[in-house]
Design a binder for this molecule. Structure first.
Ligand code: GDP
Ligand code: MG
Length: 441
């Protein structure tokens, strides 16, 4: 997926102290490839990668303490920009009702969205009414009625006298109905075709002219692929819209094409639809979407945090000790104390689905254990700390008494130390500092 590819690309940068122009170019090339593979349109990719390259080669990055982290930050910011920058809220009419018209291809999720939006508006304290202006499909009106019932809002359907057979009249009468009955928002559902179609575009355009909506929301399926940009442009030319709604974000969509829509049309994404039930719906936040795409943001921060908890020089020394078998209980104690620095790490692990094992280990690793370890190791002689092989039964009993622990506690600690030393020896050549008692990240 797009997220995975970007994550991999940016993860490759980590650990680089300084970025060369070649590093930046390589990274930008990978990002470009990942975006194109995810169906982001070429123009958008060019603008995006151009901006990243320029900023990544700039002074700020080279002076930064951690250039890789800085590049991730830049990618994130530029992604938020192509997603529309600030979150855009619905514009409500000064004089109700506010009219919201939905447009888009058949199957995009308009009718479902009408219900979602109505339910959400109701929760926000509004009094919405749905208007069935899709008269194209035989069951379209019924479908809207079902959705309206689920949302607990009324549906204005074409009946004799209010515009049977004429979607423009139905829309007009629907708005008039809302005015009369004092509903404060009107959501107009419209028809779509599988492909862009001149007649239906004209119909949508006529509905727009007739009801003069405050918002026209272009509804687009995130799974649509490369057709997204052409479809969006056709709707912009044919009907024009004030905002975009991305649907089916719950699917396995490459999603990149839909991302291009905001950039290509200059219209903000306003809502996201993430499932079939009416509650699978939320206002769209460009920054949250960017972090979702880049969920590596969390991963990288986590890695950074783990890394920065270890002084790099110290980590190198320890790695050397592991490799040469001279890692001592004193070193072990030092490493345990480093864990304290990672205070917020547990919370961050909550964000990472893959980190369950590590999270459990950290859960078992509490402050008291560090304190106990300190007490035990400090009760050892310098010779014992340097060489755990000296720790026979009588020495262990003496240490237990001296530290106020039991012999079992002492045994457990020594075992853990020996296991850690063994494990670390095998990974010592890897370069990334590892924490005894925790698996690789
Ligand atoms: P319309 O033709 O534009 O009115 O589209 P519909 O609202 O009838 O939706 C078409 C299909 O997509 C229906 O089966 C919906 O249940 C489904 N659907 C709509 N939105 C979503 C969504 O966000 N996620 C998923 N998984 N399915 C959706
Ligand atoms: Mg429909």
């Amino acid at each position: 997926s797009l997220s995975d590819r970007l994550a991999q690309t940016l993860t490759n940068l980590r650990g680089k102290g300084k970025l060369s122009p070649a590093d930046v170019d390589g990274t930008v090339r990978e990002i470009r490839r990942a975006l194109l593979d995810a169906d982001v349109s070429l123009d958008v990719v060019k603008a995006f990668t151009g901006a990243i390259r320029e900023r990544a080669l700039g002074d700020d990055v080279n002076k930064a303490l951690n250039p890789a982290q800085q590049v991730v930050q830049i990618v994130n910011e530029e992604l938020i920009t192509i997603l529309g920058g600030q979150q855009r809220r619905l514009e409500f009419a000064k004089r109700p009702p506010t009219v919201i018209m939905l447009a888009g291809l058949q199957g995009a999720g308009k009718t479902t969205l009408a219900g979602k939006l109505a339910k959400w508006l109701k929760k926000e304290g509004h009094t919405p009414v749905l208007v069935a202006s899709d008269l194209q499909r035989p069951n379209a009106v019924t479908q809207l009625q079902v959705v309206g019932e689920q949302a607990g809002v009324p549906v204005f359907a074409p009946e004799p006298g209010n515009g049977v057979g004429d979607p423009v009249k139905v829309a007009k009468n629907g708005v008039k109905f809302a005015e009369d009955k004092q509903y404060d928002t009107v959501i107009v559902d419209t028809a779509g075709r599988l492909g862009v179609d001149a007649d239906l575009m004209k119909q949508a355009s006529n509905i727009r002219k007739a009801v003069d909506p405050d918002e026209v929301l272009f509804v687009i399926d995130a799974m649509i692929g490369q057709d997204a940009v052409a479809t969006a442009k056709a709707f912009q030319d044919g009907v024009d819209f004030t905002g975009v709604v991305l649907t089916k974000l719950d699917g396995d969509a490459r999603g990149g094409a839909a991302l291009s829509v905001a950039s290509v049309t200059g219209r903000p994404i306003m809502f996201a639809s993430t499932g079939e039930t009416l509650d699978d719906f939320e206002p769209f936040h460009p920054d949250r979407m960017a972090s979702r795409i880049l969920d590596l943001g969390d991963i990288l921060t986590l890695i950074e945090q783990v890394q920065s908890a270890f002084d790099e020089k110290e980590a190198a020394e320890i790695a050397e000790k592991f490799a040469t078998d001279s890692f001592t209980l004193d070193d072990f104690l030092k490493q345990m104390q480093q864990l304290r620095k990672m205070g917020s790490i547990k919370g961050m692990l909550g964000m990472l689905p893959g980190a369950k094992g590590m999270r459990e280990q950290l859960d078992n690793f509490d402050e008291r254990e560090i304190t106990r370890t300190e007490a035990i190791i400090q009760s050892m002689t310098p010779q014992e700390r340097a060489n755990s092989k000296l720790l026979n039964g009588s020495r262990r009993l003496r240490i237990a008494r001296g530290s106020g622990m039991t012999v079992t506690d002492v045994n457990q600690l020594v075992n853990r130390f020996e296991q850690a030393a063994k494990m670390m020896k095998t990974v010592a050549k890897g370069g990334v500092p590892q924490v005894p008692g925790m698996g690789p990240i």
